[in-house]
Design a protein. Structure first.
Length: 198
């Protein structure tokens, strides 16, 4: 009889212990998956931020920035997207290498994602040439909303700034999905000389 009782206690303890180990394994798997997905999103945002910060002044004779927000055409004219206007899902600018770069938020069949396009020529003012849009966020990241807010793009008494707001979900399976909200403000390093010069 004592053997049956001790065997029953042992089985109960082992079942509880095994359940805890399996639960910890599941939590670890979720955190590792989420970390890999968020690293992808972080890399995409860091790359975009670095390019925006070192963007060139579009035309050194007229001052102003090269940021164009919201409407992709005409490309050579700076355009603000303020919070009052609702922002935009498109941003283009002239890179420090004199290439036109654009980012846009796209909603597809499998969710929202971020795309990048870089010109094949050294002309920031006219076109992207034959370049194609490339997805820069992984399929496991579902961006549900993304807005660019730009102030100071034209000939104003402000240093150009870009505010990026992103909301979405990360994860493959429903039980491991996590919501995220990100926001960053970037300021162009090249000074807007129209602020200083008369």
């Amino acid at each position: 009889m004592e053997l049956v009782v001790s065997l029953g206690v042992f089985i109960a303890v082992m079942t509880i212990g095994l359940g805890a180990v399996l639960q910890m394994f599941g939590v670890n798997q979720k955190s590792q998956s989420l970390k890999a997905i968020m690293n992808n999103l972080n890399f995409a945002l860091d790359s975009m931020a670095r390019e925006i910060v070192v963007a060139k002044i579009a035309d050194t004779t007229a001052f102003g920035s090269s940021f164009r927000c919201g409407n992709p055409t005409p490309m050579g004219e700076p355009l603000d997207c303020t919070i009052g206007d609702g922002g935009g899902d498109y941003l283009s600018f002239c890179s420090s290498d004199s290439n036109a770069i654009a980012y846009r938020f796209v909603v597809g069949g499998s969710g929202g994602y971020l795309e990048r396009r870089i010109s094949t020529n050294d002309d920031c003012q006219n076109s992207f040439g034959s370049s194609e849009w490339e997805r820069i966020t992984s399929p496991e990241v579902d961006i549900q909303n993304m807005r660019f807010y730009v102030t100071g793009a034209g000939l104003e008494d402000k240093q150009p700034k870009v505010l990026i707001v992103i909301e979405g979900e990360a994860g493959v399976k429903d039980e491991v999905k996590s919501k995220f909200e990100l926001q960053t403000t970037l300021s162009q390093r090249s000074p807007n000389l129209s602020i200083v010069l008369p």
